[in-house]
Design a protein around this ligand. Structure first.
Ligand code: LIP
Length: 278
């Protein structure tokens, strides 16, 4: 039987590549930076233009599909996942990196049907790396199959998380305490590349052994979640329960042993849900 969503995936790759070109062009010019929820939550005109390009290109072909886009949600659109075919879009994952010309900037799109991720595309557009994954068919970077490291020993692992200011002092304290706990296990190191989607792809291709985060959104996770799962990675909630796209938190790892050890070490804090207000 023909793959019902392959056509959507092909369009997604094409649109994501165009979006990446737009981002690379914008990097040649002055970038106008605006603030969203806090002085460290940034947005640019390029984030908005890229999201418009992606949504209008897809809507033209699939007018009945649903969309959850970072900038549309910022502008008041609902962030609720239904059974309908849904495109979950982060036009620039790593906006702070984009603003500083720090070279980890991606376009991330995940596609769900009946709330299940069918495919994910992450285009690390400065590195020109196109990560693609179709459910049950493996993960690829620029067409070459990728897989996780398979590392099971946390002492031999390189981990990823994001380090950023948190306006809630208690959360800020826990975030820093978690880093200290993990470093003293010890692990080989912790890195913080600045794009959740790229972090997941780095685990997917074996360049890092795990990534954890509390406080991101479904558009940061959807594309990369497909890539890391199809590359043989383990994905779960920070509590050890099943991964939930709307929960704003996750652990991905090269093995269940590393993921479960992180569950044991990490102290959770409440980050709310993407679909909380609906
Ligand atoms: C960003 C993430 C980054 C994380 C930020 C933010 P944006 O996404 O990918 O890794 O630390 O909290 O969510 O806002 O650039 O799309």
């Amino acid at each position: 039987m023909a793959d019902p969503w392959q056509e959507c995936m092909d369009l997604c790759v094409e649109v994501t590549r165009r979006a990446g070109e737009m981002i690379r062009e914008a990097l040649q010019k002055d970038i106008d930076v605006m603030q969203k929820s806090s002085p460290v939550d940034l947005v640019t005109e390029t984030d908005q233009k890229v999201e418009q390009l992606i949504i209008s290109s897809i809507k033209e072909k699939y007018p009945t599909h649903s969309f959850i886009g970072e900038e549309s949600v910022s502008a008041g659109a609902p962030s609720i996942l239904t059974d309908s075919p849904t495109w979950i879009i982060d036009p620039i994952d790593g906006t702070t990196n984009f603003v500083h010309n720090f070279p980890f900037v991606s376009v991330s799109i995940g596609f769900t049907v009946k709330k299940e991720i069918q495919f994910g595309i992450v285009y690390s557009c400065i590195e020109d790396k196109m990560y693609t994954a179709r459910k049950g068919k493996g993960a690829f970077c620029n067409g070459i199959p990728i897989k996780v490291s398979g590392q099971e020993d946390i002492n031999q692992s390189l981990l990823l998380t994001e380090v950023g200011f948190k306006s809630d002092p208690e959360q800020f304290k826990i975030m820093l305490a978690n880093i200290k706990t993990i470093l003293t296990i010890p692990v080989h190191g912790i890195r913080s590349p600045g794009s959740a989607a790229i972090n997941m792809c780095l685990v997917a291709c074996g360049s890092a052994d795990a990534y954890y985060h509390m406080g991101i959104h479904c558009w940061d996770m959807a594309g990369g979640a497909a890539v890391v799962t199809e590359a043989g990675g383990v994905i779960m909630d920070i509590s050890g329960g099943p991964f939930d796209l709307m929960s704003r938190r996750l652990i991905v790892a090269s093995s269940r042993a590393i993921a479960e050890r992180l569950v044991k070490e990490i102290i959770e804090f409440d980050v709310g849900r993407d679909d909380a207000d609906h």
